[in-house]
Design a protein around this ligand. Structure first.
Ligand SMILES: [Zn+2]
Length: 77
């Protein structure tokens, strides 16, 4: 089998800015039990769940933020 490179292309990867692009969504996950709070476009709403979760589970004090951000690859020149 012979392989050939027909054309080299360069791509760039950047956040999606199209008007119809989904917004950034924040979510918190407990690192002790892996329970997750409600995902929200509003950071403070998402973070608010951590206080309620630790209130119910005082030994659960570590969290991981999950950010859902949409990206777009664009062909350069
Ligand atoms: Zn937990």
């Amino acid at each position: 089998m012979t392989r050939s490179i027909i054309r080299r292309v360069d791509w760039t990867c950047s956040p999606e800015h199209a008007p119809e692009a989904p917004p950034i969504v924040h979510e918190f996950q407990c690192t002790t039990c892996e329970d997750t709070g409600e995902a929200s476009e509003d950071f403070e709403t998402a973070r608010g769940w951590t206080f309620a979760h630790t209130g119910r589970n005082p030994s659960h004090t570590g969290y991981r933020e999950l950010i859902h951000r949409y990206w777009r690859l664009t062909l350069m020149g």
